[in-house]
Design a protein around this ligand. Sequence first.
Ligand code: NI
Length: 209
Amino acid sequence: MAAAVSGGANRCDAIDRELATAYIARMAIRDILSIPDSKLRLVSEPVTAFDGDLKALIEDMFETMYDAPGIGLAAIQIGVPLRLITMDLGKKDEPKAPQVFINPEVVWASDEMGSYEEGCLSIPEYYEEVVRPAAVKVKYLDEAGKPREVEADGLLATCLQHEIDHINGVLFIDHISKLKREMVMKRFRKAAKRGGHPHPAREKKANVV
Ligand code: NI
């Protein structure tokens, strides 16, 4: 009898452990790829299945993005070549404002250009001014697969273009001078050989995507 009770308890423990493991597996901070990882140059595929796997991936992306910390993340930055972006442009002391953009596409861009100092979770601790259209209109699908459109300017316009670049295998350093880009790439290639990033840890900037 005691053995049976004990066995039962063990079974429950086993089930609980399984559920806990499944939960942890669903909500995981993933490794963020950094240059010169060639996966960052892949053109990502459209999302076609709006299922539990997609939901789990989106949860992981938010976990990873908030942990980094960053304000935007493309799925390819965690090695998943899907056209999927998470973003949160909420201020530090404001409630979280998570946004998901699936299969996003720039359908209009302003002639007026704007300049922002950009950073990227895949190019840690490197920041440079990038000139892009100041405003864009972006078509995308929400988490339920419903078509949506957003007209963006300011930081949202910059982030959307930066992240849409990611899903097309483009990095913000592609928009700076060749000389600066080659210097950055060289530094990261050297560091990768040593097995790390080129910069010592220092104060992190807020707007990293
Ligand atoms: Ni980035």
